[in-house]
Design a protein around this ligand. Sequence first.
Ligand code: PLP
Length: 444
Amino acid sequence: MSNKKLVDPRTQPVSRTGVAGPKFSDEDLYSLAERYGTPYFLVDEATLRKKVSEVESAFTDFKGKFRVAYSVKANFNPSVIKTFAGEGIMFDLTATSELHFVLRSGGSPASVMYTSITETEKEYEEVLALGVKKVVVASHNGLLNLTEAAGKTGREVQVMVRVNPEVHVHAELRGSMGHGKFGLQFNGGSEDSAFSVLRRILATPGLKFEGFHFHLGSQIEDPACYAEALERLEAFVLGARRQLGQFEVRTIDIGGGLPVSYGRKVPSPKEMASKIVGQLNSLAESMGGRFTLVAESGRFLTAESTVLVCRVVNIKSFGDAKYVYVDAGYNTLLDSALLRHEYPVEVVPGGRVSPQKTVLAGRLCDPLDVFPTSTRSRLAGAGVGKLVVFRDVGAYSIVMNMPFHSQPRPYVLMRTTQGPVRVIRKGQDVDALFAEEGGDLLAD
Ligand SMILES: *Cc1c(COP(=O)(O)O)cnc(C)c1O
């Protein structure tokens, strides 16, 4: 079932919306719908690879080494991880279970930056024993746990310090300003400051200070916050050296946040990078040596690769509006409800534009389950039986699928660079869902 050639990547697309991203022909979308049912996700492998090279080429003017790290939380599908492992990039992980996914999907422990929120001794022991070298700490307690784990496992650790530069970020999801959950303040009286943690790392045998990490947020469309964060980091490093003596900074990781178009105009990685690359080069000079620059990305690397295909199953008129009901809901695209995030949508095949307003409603019995749409969406011609395609859904959606309303998990398919479409996650049927939800434990 999985390897039959269904989609010819050379098929000319029917021109639809102006959005970027892979093109799939109407014919292929319909034949996959017949075969696997709707809704289904369809990932384009070539787009995943193209996104990696877009980020890599964005930083070519940086004079030191540059590495891209994939933030696995955006989409931990093993075939997606394997694709990125094949590109030779790094992985940004937050959980031991993510490490197992990466190692079993072809990634190597040497390519991992482990950035935990929980920072327990047990997890550090596990990741060090599995061969991870680079660990990012973000609390005094976390550093103590890492020190213990390093002692027990006898492994050398390259420790990064996660700072919270407390800069203002214009973005959908902020990780810095007013958000103390992530990272350490530079200074401050407590042991939970970057200065205090750095001093301790430098004084601890078995720990090797590697560099600094910050993560400012997601879908950042204005690079000014990176520039400000780097300025603060530079001042901090120069100040800390005056007090602690010379120490080398081998890596600076500027976190994630590269924006995805979602049908709008947003800066490309090249445009984002061009605003900070000069500063990064002078930072290397002022710190007296080149460092490896790491940029992490989950959203940018995965979003555009994937479409969600669902079917119109009902329609009605209500006042002036036409309600169009599809067989997907926020159980498959959680951020459409959680963040009122708009994915570009199109009806396939489209039809004549009518003056009547179209409301795109999901299949859940919940008033929140109405998809945000705007002029970026093409809803003309929606009728029962037609397909509706949500674009740019590859990040933070498949991983948040849930069975609300007893909805079985949809199929996830991948159009490979060789052409054939493969199943990369099996869909569930109702029997499987019933068993997983406890049906198999019913006493008879
Ligand atoms: C989530 C996360 C990322 C990825 O952010 P994107 O907006 O998807 O690029 C990078 N680094 C850290 C530490 C994260 O938590």
